[in-house]
Write a protein that binds this ligand. Structure first.
Ligand code: ARG
Length: 612
C-alpha cells in the first residue's frame, strides 16, 4: 500500500540521493526533513546538506546541489536550494491527493505494525487498604493510553496492575480491623482507610519521647502514658506479625478476610477506572501476592548465580559503580518490594513473552527501577527464549500539585482523593456545557438534561486526562481545573469542541456523506494546504507516539490539527463556498479532520461528543 506520510517518502528519497551523491555512510544519518517554517518557501525542508558539508569539509551549497541532483523526487514534488544550503520542497498536488485518499479510508492510514513479542504495561499499582490517590491517577491514565497506542498498531499488550496486596501493612490493617471488631461483610473503603491510619498510628512508638520524659523527669503521668502507648504499639505489632504469618501459611479465615480487603479496594478502583474511561478490569490484576511463592526461588537463583552476598544478616546484590547495593532479603528473612519486582520481570519475560516492559510509575521510584533493571541484567532474566532481549523502561512521571504549587489538597486540607477530584471535574464540565446551552445559536440549545450531563461528563474527564497526558510526564503539573476545563487553549475540551463544531457544520450542510466522500480533493489556499499536511502527519505520529511511549505527541498533533482547522475555517468559507465543488471539497476536508480528531481522542481514551 502506498505511503500516506510525506515526511517518510521524502526521507526515503533523500537517503537515496545522499547515498548516491555523498556516501552510504552519510545516508545512514538523519536526512533532517522538517516542516517548513514558512509555507511560502515550501511544505518541507531538508537540512542535511549543512551537517554533511561540515563533516566532509565541503561547501554546503555545493553539497546541497549534488544531493538534490541525485534525489529521485519524481512525482513527489519539486525542490530548490535556498540560503546557505537548505533544500525547500514543495509537494505536488497529485502526490498529496494520493496520500489523502490513503488516509481517507477506514483505518485512517494507520497500518498495523505488529511486534514479535508482547508488551507489558505496568500501570495503576494501587495499594490495598490505602485509598487510590492522585498519584495513581497519572499511572492509570498514562498507562492506559500507552497500551491503547500499541493495541491500535496490532500489538499484543498485557496491562499489569501490580497491586500492593501483600505484606505487613495489610496485616496491620487486618489486625486493626479485628481489634475494632469490624464486621467485614459490610466493610467500606472508608473503614479500611480508617483502620489503616489507626494501625499506622498505633505502630508509631514514641520511643524518643519516652526517653526524654524519663530523663527530664516529666512527671509520672506523662511517663506512664508514653509507656502504655509503647506497650500497645508493641502488642499491635506482634498481632500484625502473627496475622501476617497466618496469611502466609494460608489460614483459611485470614485469607478470606484478606480477599475481602482486596475486593473492597478493587471495587473502588474499577469504578474510578470506568468513570475515567480507562480499560482496566479485575483480569488485569496481578498483584504482589501473585509472586509470593516465587520470592524464595528468586533469591535462591541470585545465590546460585553467585550474585548475592550476605551483609549484616541481609542478602544483597552488588551492582557495579553503584554505591548502594540492592537488598533482596532482609535480616529477619522477609522479602522486599524489589524482590517482588525481580520475580515479576522473570514471570513477564518467561511466561508472558514480553519484549518490552513499561513501568508507568512515579519518578520517585527511579532508583528502585534502576537497581531492579541492573540486577535483572546481571542474572540475564531479560533474555527471551529466542535470544532477543526484553527492553525494560521506566516511564517516570512527576507529581500533581495544587494551585499553591504544593501536593494537591482539598479545602479541608486532606489529601485529595481521586473520586472527589473527578466529581469536581465532571461538575465543572457540566456547568460549562449548561452555560453554553443557554446561549442563542448554541448547538446544544434545547438539549435534554440527560444529554447535557453526558456531554459534561465527557468534557470533565477529557479535561483531567488531557492535562495529565499533554505535558512532559516527568514534570510536576498544577491541577488547575479552571484552565483544564477551558474550551480554548491547549486543553482536551478545545479538541472536543473542534470536533463538535465540525459535526454541526456537516449536519447543517445537508450534503449526503456519499456526495462528500465522492467529491474531488481541492486545496489551493495556504490554510487548506496546512490542514492537509496536518492530517497527513497523523498516522506517523501515532506510530512514533507508541514507539516512544509518548501520549504527549498525540495531544500535540491533535492540538495542531484543531488549530489548523480553526485557521482554515476562518479563511475558507465552507457552507458559503464560491461554488459547489469547492463547498463539497471543503466539506470533505472537514469530515476527514473530524474523523482524525475522533480517532485521536479515542486513543487518548476520551469521548468525542457531536454537540457541545
Ligand atoms: N504499589 C506501588 C506504589 O503505590 C506501585 C507499583 C508499581 N509497579 C511495580 N511493578 N513496582 O508505590
Amino acid at each position: 500500500m502506498a505511503s500516506c506520510d510525506p515526511k517518510f517518502d521524502l526521507e526515503q528519497a533523500f537517503r537515496k540521493g545522499i547515498a548516491a551523491a555523498i556516501s552510504e555512510d552519510a545516508a545512514k544519518t538523519d536526512p533532517q526533513i522538517k516542516f517548513s517554517g514558512d509555507p511560502t518557501h515550501g511544505d518541507y525542508q531538508c537540512n542535511a546538506a549543512l551537517s554533511i558539508a561540515r563533516a566532509i569539509k565541503g561547501n554546503p551549497r555545493d553539497v546541497a546541489e549534488k544531493i538534490l541532483a541525485a534525489t529521485p523526487l519524481s512525482a513527489l514534488g519539486t525542490a530548490e536550494i535556498a540560503g546557505p544550503g537548505f533544500i525547500n520542497i514543495k509537494l505536488a498536488q497529485s502526490a498529496l491527493q494520493t496520500m489523502l485518499d490513503r488516509v481517507d479510508m477506514d483505518d485512517l492510514g494507520i497500518e498495523p505494525a505488529p511486534l514479535p513479542h508482547a508488551i507489558v504495561v505496568d500501570l495503576c499499582g494501587v495499594n490495598v487498604a490505602k485509598q487510590m490517590h492522585v498519584g495513581h491517577l497519572r499511572s492509570t491514565i498514562l498507562g492506559d493510553v500507552v497500551a491503547r497506542l500499541h493495541e491500535r498498531l496490532g500489538r499484543k499488550v498485557f496491562r499489569e496492575n501490580h497491586l500492593g496486596d501483600w505484606g505487613l501493612p495489610i496485616a496491620m490493617t487486618m489486625s486493626a480491623l479485628r481489634r475494632q471488631k469490624r464486621d467485614l461483610k459490610s466493610l467500606t473503603l472508608a473503614d479500611l482507610n480508617h483502620a489503616y491510619r489507626a494501625a499506622q498510628l498505633e505502630a508509631a512508638t514514641d520511643t524518643a519521647g519516652l526517653e526524654a520524659a524519663r530523663t527530664r523527669d516529666a512527671g509520672p503521668h506523662r511517663v506512664i502514658e508514653l509507656e502504655t502507648q509503647q506497650e500497645s504499639a508493641i502488642s499491635a505489632e506482634q498481632d500484625a506479625k502473627s496475622t501476617l504469618l497466618k496469611l502466609q501459611s494460608g489460614d483459611v479465615a485470614t485469607v478470606a478476610a484478606w480477599q475481602k480487603l482486596i475486593d473492597v479496594t478493587m471495587a473502588d478502583v474499577l469504578e474510578i477506572a470506568s468513570v475515567l474511561g480507562v480499560r482496566l478490569t479485575n483480569e488485569h490484576s496481578r498483584g504482589e501476592s501473585f509472586y509470593r511463592d516465587k520470592l524464595a526461588p528468586t533469591v535462591q537463583s541470585f545465590i546460585d548465580h553467585g550474585l548475592a552476598q550476605e551483609d549484616q544478616g541481609a542478602l544483597i546484590v552488588r551492582i557495579a559503580e553503584q554505591e548502594r547495593p540492592l537488598i533482596i532479603r532482609k535480616a529477619d528473612g522477609g522479602f522486599l518490594y524489589a524482590t517482588t519486582d525481580l520475580a515479576a520481570v522473570h514471570y513477564r519475560v518467561a511466561q508472558l513473552h514480553a519484549g518490552e516492559i513499561i513501568y508507568v510509575v512515579d519518578a520517585r521510584q527511579r532508583d528502585h527501577f534502576r537497581d531492579v533493571f541492573n540486577a535483572i541484567h546481571l542474572i540475564g532474566w531479560n533474555k527471551l527464549a529466542d535470544g532477543t532481549q526484553c527492553k525494560l523502561s521506566h516511564l517516570a512521571f512527576g507529581s500533581v500539585l495544587g494551585t499553591d504549587k504544593k501536593p494537591l489538597k482539598t479545602r479541608s486540607g486532606e489529601l485529595f482523593t481521586l473520586k472527589a477530584l473527578l466529581d469536581e471535574a465532571i461538575q465543572r464540565g457540566t456547568d460549562q456545557v449548561k452555560l453554553r446551552a443557554t446561549q442563542t445559536d448554541s448547538p446544544t440549545q434545547g438539549t435534554t438534561d440527560h444529554e447535557i450531563a453526558a456531554i459534561g461528563r465527557a468534557v470533565g474527564i477529557a479535561a483531567v486526562k488531557y492535562a495529565d497526558l499533554s505535558g512532559d510526564p516527568i514534570k510536576d503539573y498544577v491541577f488547575d481545573l479552571d484552565r483544564m476545563i477551558a474550551f480554548e487553549g491547549d486543553t482536551g475540551p478545545y479538541i472536543q469542541y473542534a470536533h463538535a463544531r465540525i459535526a454541526s457544520l456537516i449536519s447543517k450542510s445537508d450534503a449526503a456523506d456519499s456526495a462528500i466522500s465522492n467529491s474531488a480533493w481541492k486545496f489551493d489556499h495556504p490554510a487548506e494546504r496546512a490542514l492537509v499536511l496536518a492530517i497527513l502527519s497523523f498516522p506517523a505520529t501515532i506510530k512514533s507516539a507508541a514507539d516512544l511511549g509518548s501520549p504527549q505527541r498525540v495531544c500535540a498533533a491533535l492540538h495542531e490539527l484543531a488549530n489548523c482547522y480553526a485557521t482554515f475555517y476562518q479563511a475558507c468559507p465552507v457552507l458559503k463556498a464560491p461554488d459547489e465543488s469547492t463547498r463539497l471539497a471543503r466539506l470533505r476536508l472537514s469530515l476527514l479532520t473530524k474523523r482524525v480528531l475522533a480517532q485521536g481522542l479515542s486513543l487518548l481514551g476520551m469521548d468525542s461528543p457531536n454537540r457541545m
